[in-house]
Design a protein around this ligand. Structure first.
Ligand code: NAD
Length: 259
């Protein structure tokens, strides 16, 4: 129970990594607000956490919309009676060769992965400063934020941007005792990878599952990452053991990318 009594907001919490992070922070003792753009899946996730005995609320928001993110933070503080931790986890991926990527896909990934993180940092920083809270801001980057991967070029650009925002925000907010870090997973078996694998199949003729397996075969630890693996790292970043850490984008990927 490392964060007993704290309140945390997790975006993209209806499934995948976000849901595992919300479950983990709740198990660590936090009250949690789940935020996502898909209402039905969000309701299911909230009911599952409630029936496990956790203190939880939910809020429908599109993280690419600044006012919706600020409203989500207000909702979390009001419903949970405080606001200490934000996890800017929501993200989207579109697969394409760098020569073929469309304006529409670039805009979608920039809106969700970059603006969504920026608004999350802004909204949390404003609330923490107003309340005098030494809060924690934690965002989803990726190994794709440390290295460019073929067919993931525009996605990688958004994750490099998350690292940039993390470093700048950390240095600006350090005088207020607010820390800003990011987590960088590797190849995680979620719906995002199912969709990426299907896009690869369409573009390259690969069989379903083949692209995912070929990425997994390059992981030194020999298996795909689970959302729960990622949640362990986020738990560390959200809890007191990381109090002296800021401006970092930590890789946890089974050994694929070395920095
Ligand atoms: P996912 O697609 O399984 O889940 C993402 C969630 O975000 C969904 O519930 C979706 O509804 C929500 N979402 C999407 N757009 C949104 C928006 N505009 N506003 C609010 N919510 C929105 O993805 P995942 O695999 O769980 O990934 C979570 C994060 O981790 C993402 O930022 C992703 O880029 C990053 N990541 C994933 C992997 C991986 O291998 N899956 C690896 C590294 C980093």
């Amino acid at each position: 129970m490392t964060i007993e009594g704290k309140s945390a907001l997790v975006t993209g919490a209806a499934r995948g990594i976000g849901l595992a992070v919300a479950e983990r922070l709740a198990a660590d003792g936090a009250a949690v607000s789940l935020v996502d753009v898909t209402p039905e899946a969000l309701d299911t996730a909230r009911e599952a956490l409630l029936s496990a005995g956790h203190r939880v609320t939910s809020f429908v928001a599109d993280v690419s919309k600044r006012e919706e993110v600020f409203a989500a933070v207000d909702h979390a503080e009001r419903e949970l009676g405080g606001f200490d931790i934000v996890i800017n986890n929501a993200g989207v991926a579109r697969i394409s060769a760098i020569t073929d990527i469309t304006e529409e896909d670039v805009e979608l990934m920039h809106d969700v992965n970059v603006k969504g993180v920026l608004w999350g940092i802004q909204a949390a920083a404003e609330k923490f400063r107003a309340n005098g809270t030494k809060g924690k801001i934690i965002s989803a980057a990726s190994i794709a934020g440390h290295e460019g991967f073929p067919m993931f070029g525009a996605y990688c650009a958004t994750k490099f941007a998350v690292r940039a925002l993390t470093q700048a925000a950390a240095k600006e907010l350090a005088p207020h005792g607010i820390t800003v870090n990011a987590y960088c997973p590797g190849i995680v078996g979620t719906a995002m990878w199912d969709e990426a694998d299907a896009q690869f199949a369409e573009l390259t003729g690969a069989k379903t599952g083949e692209t995912f397996e070929s990425f997994v075969s390059t992981i030194p630890l020999g298996r795909a990452q689970t959302p729960e693996d990622v949640a362990q790292l986020v738990s560390y970043l959200a809890g007191p053991y990381s109090d002296y850490m800021t401006a970092q984008s930590l890789i946890m990927d089974g050994g694929m990318v070395c920095r």
